[in-house]
Design a protein around this ligand. Structure first.
Ligand code: ADP
Ligand code: MG
Length: 244
């Protein structure tokens, strides 16, 4: 197996007194695409938020290329730059145009030159079919276009891993495909990614490995064929039935 990018070791996360992630361990390898599926409320978003050090954790460890990820890290900004996250809501700055949205963090946080990042941003925008929209404002874009901008913005930080949390859940059906295609392309390029989605066909197409999360822990994992054609647990079978 190739090098481990992300290692999660016995992670436990509680809110108040309720345990949301229970002793969860997981490794993500270089170039691997892992799709996390599971019922609503099972802890998928919380897991991604822990990986991005947006949550305090009760026990266990998360390491990115060996470096400890915690909310209290002195190098928190440095770590967060290595983790690209795209959410269900696009979170673009409404008062900035597309290009300025993308340039903000690479120039302000990473102190890269505007010219360099701009060149990269325009190339990436054109790859996702948005070359013409560089000067548009978020309000002038469709949901699918905004989500593609959000993906380009994450890519321009040169993250070591990309996290996607139900990025098509808020989109009209006709816009879902254009966003999923961008993610499929990233997978083809060998990007390391963790994807949370309810789009099962897409999950099957994009994943190297499927993880079924339930009650705060991994209940089942395997290749897409193993998981979708021959789920082992009753919980996974029941979950999959809701999509047929
Ligand atoms: P999923 O993304 O799989 O739908 P979440 O990770 O959002 O699930 O939530 C898992 C559980 O944690 C749910 O029971 C949810 O209510 C709870 N939860 C999530 N965020 C918070 C929070 N900030 N405070 C308290 N409980 C939370
Ligand atoms: Mg969620």
């Amino acid at each position: 197996m190739s090098e481990s990018v992300l290692t999660i070791d016995h992670l436990t996360k509680q809110f108040d007194n309720s345990t949301v992630l229970n002793d969860l361990s997981l490794q993500i390898h270089e170039g691997e695409v892992v799709v996390i599926v599971g019922p609503s409320g099972c802890g998928k978003s919380t897991l991604l938020r822990c990986i991005n050090a947006l949550e305090n954790i009760q026990s266990g460890e998360i390491r990115l290329h060996g470096e400890l990820v915690t909310k209290r890290s002195r190098n928190l900004t440095g770590i967060r730059q290595k983790i690209g996250m795209v959410f269900q809501s696009y979170e673009l700055f409404p008062h900035l145009n597309v290009l300025d949205n993308i340039l903000l963090a690479p120039t302000k946080v990473q102190k890269r030159t505007k010219d360099e990042v701009k060149k990269e941003a325009l190339a990436l925008l054109s790859r996702v079919g948005l070359a013409e929209k560089a000067k548009s404002f978020p309000r002038q874009l469709s949901g699918g276009q905004k989500q593609r901008v959000a993906i380009v913005r994450a890519l321009c930080m040169h993250p070591e891993i990309l996290l996607f949390d139900e990025v098509t859940a808020a989109l009209d059906p006709e816009m879902v495909r254009e966003v999923l295609e961008v993610i499929l392309n990233l997978a083809d390029q060998g990007r390391t990614m963790i994807i949370v989605t309810h789009e099962m066909q897409f999950a099957r197409a994009v994943a190297d490995r499927i993880i079924f999360l339930d009650d705060g822990d991994i209940k089942e994992e395997g290749t897409p064929d193993q998981f979708f054609d021959a789920p082992k647990t009753d919980r996974a079978k029941k979950f999959l039935q809701t999509f047929t």
